[in-house]
Design a binder for this molecule. Sequence first.
Ligand code: G4P
Length: 527
Amino acid sequence: MSNLITELQRRRTFGIVSHPDAGKTTLTEKLLLFGGAIQEAGAVKSNKIKKGATSDFMEIERQRGISVATSVMAFEYQGKHINILDTPGHQDFAEDTYRTLTAVDSAIVVVDVAKGVETQTEKLVSVCRMRQTPIIVFINKLDREGRDAFDLLDEIEGKLGLRLCPLSWPIGMGADFQGVYDLWSKSLLIYNQVSKQRVVEGLSFSDLSSPELVNRIGEPAAKALREELELVRGVYPEFDRDSYLSGQLQPVFFGSALNNFGVRELLNCFTEIAPSPQPKQAEERMVRPDEVKFSGFVFKIHANIDPNHRSRIAFVKVVSGTFERNTNYVHVREGKSLKFSSPMTFLASKREVVEKAYPGDIVGLPDTGLFRIGDSLTAGESLHFSGIPSFSPEHFRFINNADPLKSKQLAKGVDQLMDEGVAQLFTLVANGRKVIGTVGALQYEVIQYRLEHEYGAKCSYEPFPAYKALWIEGDLGSQLEEFQRMKARQLATDKFGRLVFLADSQFGLQLTQEKFSTLSFHEKSEF
Ligand code: G4P
């Protein structure tokens, strides 16, 4: 087998998604410990913005520094090369997370056993589901009092639209938590409340009627476990890898990341079932990972690592072939040939120059402003990868130039910040005024601060009454022309010149949709 095939088959590139505080950072850290990528707990700095610090600007800058270090965390485990892509949980950075999810081949969703499904979990899972990303669910904090397992699974299925298949099952919870039964390896994992650790390494129990079970966990718990497992078998489908891989079935594990309980079982199952790098659709054709020629796409741009230089790093996911240092590749949108002398990989919190990277890997390319999210880089072929859509922002404001002598700097700054994906720029069709749309209100501060400090430009904002941006699809000759005439005040173009309707309210949108029923209104830019 060629080196390329061997390397790509052992790659597992995934993201962990959760609502803040469910335990994503803790789980990431435990996975890295297993992989030997870090030696002690606490080595992975949380990239989340601590509660109460949302308006503290220096905190944001500090966090941005951390989040570049944790953008990709790679480690080796049982012969597999695992890349964890970091996904900020804070909702103000949700857009960044949405885009990162376009670069993963699978995802682990962490749910807090007491809190159940939370808002960010819903949003992020819906983005995964759009792409049929294979998902494993990890229910965390079993050492705490939480919800009944069946109720919780019901809620997850209902709210997230998933079809679950438990691969482990909890025995008690909180103060009564005794461990989990691992249905995948048919073994009992006992949790010690005192030392907060696993005491028995996977006791094998294929026969649950064995008296040994009672000896281990006591009669009441053994009885409850038998009954519950009976119910699990009756209610939930059996695990089927193809269904998991096509996003139709989601395995569930229970555990406690903090106590490192159930994490190894999750990781073992993950390495066995999770997909290696998948083919990716380009406008021109489907690109397979085992193709010899290199291709990749930019899914994230991180700027201003050193505030004295306007430096950025473009994160490229390798889709096919082998990426090599000091080799000419084509930046398709610009039609330019580029060579990279210091591409980077990220290992836990270390950055290193990389000589070669394979499908599934993430390469960080130093960039002076050439790249934009979604750009393709190839060995020569003209490929435009799709599936990196923009999503409707949730906040909208007019942006004005506050220093007339610096209008060029402002235009350049806004342009580059939008390329980076900090926010989206809409230009009103009626009068050419610029509106900035963001996922979180915090972004307006970030933009203002960065325009001033990196570009020497000043801006001010004014409210713009919109609640959502909808990308419009309709054929000329349909109702499109009438729509454009009647709704001119609410129409804009996005950065790529696509037509966008800025709806002022849900009600207004509904009325418009009813009136122009032959047009399609999309909440994302690709449909
Ligand atoms: P996040 O990245 O998803 O936002 O969550 P993070 O891992 O930072 O975890 C949020 C809080 O939940 C942390 O406590 C963490 O220690 C705790 N936690 C994570 N897993 C478990 C678990 O299995 N059991 C219990 N009981 N707690 C867990 P914190 O007090 O907010 O932060 P810290 O001071 O401990 O860092």
